[in-house]
Design a protein around this ligand. Sequence first.
Ligand code: ACM
Length: 545
Amino acid sequence: MKSSTKIVISTLLCVPLLWAAPSAPVEISPAIIPQPQQLQVSTGQPGFSLKEGIRVHYKVSRSELGRAAIRALMAAGLPVLPEENTGELTVELVQHTNPEWHSICVTPELITLQVASEQALHAAAQTLAQSVVQAADGTPALPAMQVTDAPLLHYRGLMLDPCRHPQTVEETCKMLKIMARYKLNRLHWHLADDQGWRIEIKSYPRLTEVGSHRSETPTLANHEQGDGKPTAPFYFTQEQVRHIVGYANSLGITVIPEIEVPGHSSAAIAAYPELGNSDIPGYAPHVATTWGVLPYTYAPKGVTMHFLSSVFAEICELFPRAEFVHIGGDEAPRDQWQKSPAVQQFMSRQGLCHTGQVQHWFTHRMAELLAGHGRRIIGWDEIIDDGALPTDAVVMYWRSWVRPCALRRALRAGHDVIQSPDSHFYFNFSQGKLPADPRYKPHGSLTAEQDWRHVYSYNPIPADIEPELHRHLIGLQANCWSESIADSAKLEYQCVPRICALAEVAWRPAAQRNADEFLQRIIAHYSWFDEQQINYRREDGSPAR
Ligand code: ACM
């Protein structure tokens, strides 16, 4: 990819007059995360002064690409002054096989962006935003520099879980801002689970009337014990969803919604008991008040398929830019299907030999249904356990302990794979046994130790995967489940700076990374974390706020 020639398709946005005054000399070299493929900074020389902002020539702001560039620069927090008849910014479209390829040239007079597509504008804008430093006279400036860059993987994601504990619109938007800073481009939004249904669905109002609250929650200190406190209803209205999706889009992030099928569905079944296996003894669905794997699953019947079809129709309407819709598929127990006379009859009618094939049947139906909306499914790696799927189904690899390895099985079956193994990318897991860590217990049971160094050690292109399968390794994601994360301070502590490590692992080949050098760049970002009031984890394990 790197070797392909750049052809300037359009130089339409050249600027006739340049009025920029150079900054005072710039001595500081920016600490960019993720590290660009090529970066040359001319320190000790004047840079591009940001005292007055970047004036954009009106010709730039009249072209579609130019307007997109201005939006991306503004979303990244850069001071852009539009609609001048002189200007200091040019944008060019060039051909490249990687749609996120871009180059940036900053001189004291001019900023020139070359991008392979509009998608690349966000990464370029964030590189510029991270490059703002103080010139020798204390004023803000961009150093004179030349950047050429493109990511290793196209899907760079974070999963948020507002089901176990609520996360407000503001908290979600703050996480989006942090993701965008580090060029993550997918928010996987886990919107339905046993413990709560979190998105308004107009055709099924009881999902939120009944499914968005529960009678109690396990305490943080002891997951085996309930707190005895009913929760307030919590869900995102469709208006709030549109706001979050729009904000994410303005930052170059696509939101991928997840609705779990066929397991992790107690909240939906509590709201509409006819969706479940209602003919089994002791059937009494309720919004779950414990964590873990719960027995309630959807039953394979007409009323359920009508429900799922209506829910996903509304979901597709709310997430117009999501090329994928996540259908869950993990940890679906089969006991209720085994006990249900109706499911047993269904199985013999369909010629299904074991209950695993009921899940497989559901996954196929969801893939067909979503294909009808022009979307591909993503499912947790259990979706490939019980038979072949349409090859365009994307497998999200999480069970690092299962053998034979789900990653290899999925690749060999021709699926695209997003890697989020729990061995490295579960940001809810503890970050180590440093005494300043609020979860530190001297003789306690913090077994997982996934600090940023551990995240950083991952190679997303494993050496034992055949080169012809590499093109199916499309992404990397961290998951931040919220059973133990009840507030935004904890959420931020769990995610920052691990999110920086995730971003760099997804961007740079493993052979080009060095953890000790990376630490210096993380520390250089503490000032941005402080400015954004982020409760990041310091090197000694202490929370910043
Ligand atoms: C998962 O952690 N159950 C995907």
